[in-house]
Design a protein around this ligand. Structure first.
Ligand SMILES: NC(=O)c1ccc[n+]([C@@H]2O[C@H](COP(=O)([O-])OP(=O)(O)OC[C@H]3O[C@@H](n4cnc5c(N)ncnc54)[C@H](OP(=O)(O)O)[C@@H]3O)[C@@H](O)[C@H]2O)c1
Length: 249
C-alpha cells in the first residue's frame, strides 16, 4: 500500500522538490505553505508528471508563524489523507542579520519561523502519530546547526535549536514507534538567499530531494545532503578555528 507524506514549505525550493520526488516514488501527498496558488500549481504538475488516479493530494494554506493555529490548520489535512506516515518539517527562512545593526526584528522572525514554527509543526505531527501508533518525523535543519556563520547568528541559532529539539524527540519517541530523522542540507539552489550559486558545492533542489528521500526511506536518524563532500567535512564543522573561519566565511 502507498505511503503518505505531509510536507511543509512545499510551495518552493527543497519542499517543492521533495513533493515531486515523493510523488515519483508513489506517495500520497499533503502539501502546506502560505502560497496556496503555488501549491495548486504543484498539485497539477504532479498529476501531469506522475499520473495516478489513486493518488491523494491535499493542500492547505499554513502559516507556521501562527504557532497556536498550526495543529488546527493541519488537522483537516490529516483527516483528508487518512493515515499520514511521514511529516517533513521543512518550512523555513533565512535573513542576513549582522549583529548590532538594528536587525532585532529580522532575527526574531527567523527564530519564530525556523524554531517556534518548526516545533509547532512537530507537535501537531507527533500528536497524529501517537494517535495512530506510528510515524516518522523528519526535520529539515542545516549544516549551519553545526557551524556558526558570521552575520547569520539568528539562522544558526534557530537551526541549532531545532536540531537539539529533534535529538530530544528521537530519544523520547523511540519507544512510541515514532522515528525521527534530521536532514542537514549544505547549499541548495533555491530562493532562500540571493545568489546561492556562488556558494561551494551548491546542488539543485531536485538532487537534494532525491538524496533526502533516500535517507528518509532508509529511516536514517541523521543525514547531510548532498552527501559529497559534506559527509566527509562534517567532523570539522564546529571545530574550525575562528581566525581561519573569518577568512573563509
Ligand atoms: N537552500 C539551502 O541551501 C538550505 C540549506 C540548509 C537548510 N535549508 C532549509 O531548507 C528548508 C527549505 O528552504 P529552501 O531553501 O527550499 O527555501 P525556499 O525556496 O525559500 O522555501 C521555503 C519554504 O518555506 C515556506 N515558508 C516560509 N515561511 C513560512 C511560514 N511562515 N509558514 C509556512 N511556510 C513558510 C515557504 O512557503 P510560503 O512562502 O508559500 O509560505 C517555502 O515553501 C528551510 O528550512 C531552510 O532553512 C536550506
Amino acid at each position: 500500500m502507498s505511503k503518505t507524506v505531509l510536507i511543509t514549505g512545499a510551495s518552493s525550493g527543497i519542499g517543492r522538490a521533495l513533493a515531486l520526488e515523493f510523488a515519483a516514488r508513489g506517495y500520497h501527498l499533503g502539501l502546506a505553505a502560505r502560497r496556496l496558488d503555488l501549491l495548486a500549481q504543484l498539485r497539477a504538475e504532479v498529476q501531469t508528471q506522475h499520473p495516478d488516479p489513486a493518488r491523494r493530494i491535499a493542500i492547505v494554506a499554513l502559516d507556521v508563524d501562527q504557532p497556536e493555529a498550526v495543529a488546527s490548520t493541519l488537522r483537516p489535512l490529516f483527516e483528508a489523507l487518512g493515515k499520514v506516515d511521514i511529516v517533513v518539517v521543512n518550512a523555513g527562512v533565512n535573513r542576513f542579520t549582522p549583529i548590532g545593526r538594528g536587525k532585532l526584528l529580522e532575527q526574531a522572525q527567523v527564530i519564530q519561523t525556523n524554531l517556534i514554527g518548526a516545533i509547532a509543526t512537530a507537535e501537531a505531527a507527533v500528536e497524529h502519530f501517537l494517535g495512530q501508533g506510528a510515524g516518522q518525523l523528519v526535520g529539515v535543519s542545516s549544516l549551519a546547526s553545526l557551524q556558526a556563520i558570521p552575520k547569520q547568528g539568528a539562522y544558526c541559532a534557530s537551526k541549532a535549536g531545532f536540531s537539539m529539539y529533534l535529538d530530544a524527540a528521537r530519544i523520547e519517541l523511540k519507544r512510541k514507534n515514532i522515528a525521527v530523522c534530521q536532514i542537514l542540507p549544505g547549499f541548495v539552489l533555491t530562493d532562500i538567499v540571493p545568489k546561492m550559486e556562488k556558494y561551494p558545492f551548491a546542488v539543485s533542489a531536485a538532487q537534494a530531494a532525491r538524496e533526502s528521500v533516500s535517507l528518509i526511506e532508509k529511516r536514517k536518524e541523521f543525514g547531510v545532503v548532498p552527501a559529497y563532500p559534506w559527509r566527509w567535512l562534517r567532523p570539522f564543522f564546529g571545530h574550525i578555528p575562528d581566525a581561519l573561519w573569518r577568512k573563509l566565511a
